[in-house]
Design a binder for this molecule. Sequence first.
Ligand SMILES: NC(=O)C1=CN([C@@H]2O[C@H](COP(=O)(O)OP(=O)(O)OC[C@H]3O[C@@H](n4cnc5c(N)ncnc54)[C@H](O)[C@@H]3O)[C@@H](O)[C@H]2O)C=CC1
Ligand SMILES: O=C([O-])CC(=O)C(=O)O
Length: 329
Amino acid sequence: MTQAPVNVTVTGAAGQIGYALLFRIASGQLLGADTPVKLRLLEIPQAVKAAEGTAMELDDGAFPLLAGIDIFDDPKQAFSGANIGLLVGARPRSKGMERGDLLEANGGIFKPQGEAINAGAADDIKVLVVGNPANTNALIAQSHAPDVPAERFTAMTRLDHNRALAQLAKKLGVAVTDLKKVAIWGNHSATQYPSVQHAEVNGKNVAETINDEAWLADTFIPTVAKRGAAIIEARGLSSAASAASAAIDHVYTWVNGTPEGDWTSAGVVSDGSYGVPEGLISSFPVTAKDGKYEIVQGLEIDEFSRPRIDASVAELAEERDAVRKLGLI
Ligand SMILES: NC(=O)C1=CN([C@@H]2O[C@H](COP(=O)(O)OP(=O)(O)OC[C@H]3O[C@@H](n4cnc5c(N)ncnc54)[C@H](O)[C@@H]3O)[C@@H](O)[C@H]2O)C=CC1
Ligand SMILES: O=C([O-])CC(=O)C(=O)O
């Protein structure tokens, strides 16, 4: 039976990820084929006209599940009543910009958006931050939404997870669906740790099946961790359709759950598990059930994995300290 429309707010709607994302949301791939959606698009004033153009094309798609489109340049209005928030718009790094400048510029975006979510989003709001630096932007937004349960704020590492699946499937000559329990740990950055420690291929341990630690350490991990840069090098633009696809996967899994015996990866608020300081938004292996992501508990972490997880988590802690110093959290 068809339900009431779900309000989906998308920021950065006129950008390249927005262009790939909105049509898939409208077609029902975000929430399922029975769920109508209302799109609430947020852009900066200069890009509202371009967002209107995308909205015209969405109209022209005659999507049966698309129950309406509204366009805003004010976060308070855009997030009013939002059930899902996809925070894609962010300030890209420009020439000569230092890391601190980037964090500060993004603080100016994610602080008011967190406040707007706190003020007016629906009680069941779920937030996915895509805009980089995604984990720390999610932390900034979350820290300005004290009335929203912290676990509703997540950062996207599903693209990294999907990249890892694709690389392993190629190496092993199997389908991505033959793989289970791959995990991305830490930051959505080049320090991330894509782990196969617990991964299975058709029920067998992946690392034992590949039997080539050098390939894992020197090819697999850097290929996944630096894939964003490799796409920019090849395309002249950063990943867009694959990022949109991963955002669809992240929310679909959050709402519909992970399959029995498998997990996925997401940036979620740490509860202190695996030595990741409480409150950091770090990628973990997670399961989803009843509309909640939960960190997979009780995994043994081997000697190969420990320093790699720690290094990426240390970078997240540095980013947190930097935004704290700037008064952004
Ligand atoms: N987490 C992940 O796996 C990935 C993250 N990204 C990040 O996603 C972000 C978006 O990427 P693209 O769509 O390619 O960028 P883009 O530059 O094509 O589009 C960004 C859009 O955001 C808008 N925007 C800027 N500030 C805004 C604000 N305050 N409110 C609303 N909209 C605002 C801009 O006007 C622009 O239309 C970037 O930060 C990129 O680095 C990209 C790929 C993967
Ligand atoms: O590297 C970038 O700028 C875009 C990104 O996050 C990715 O593709 O993973």
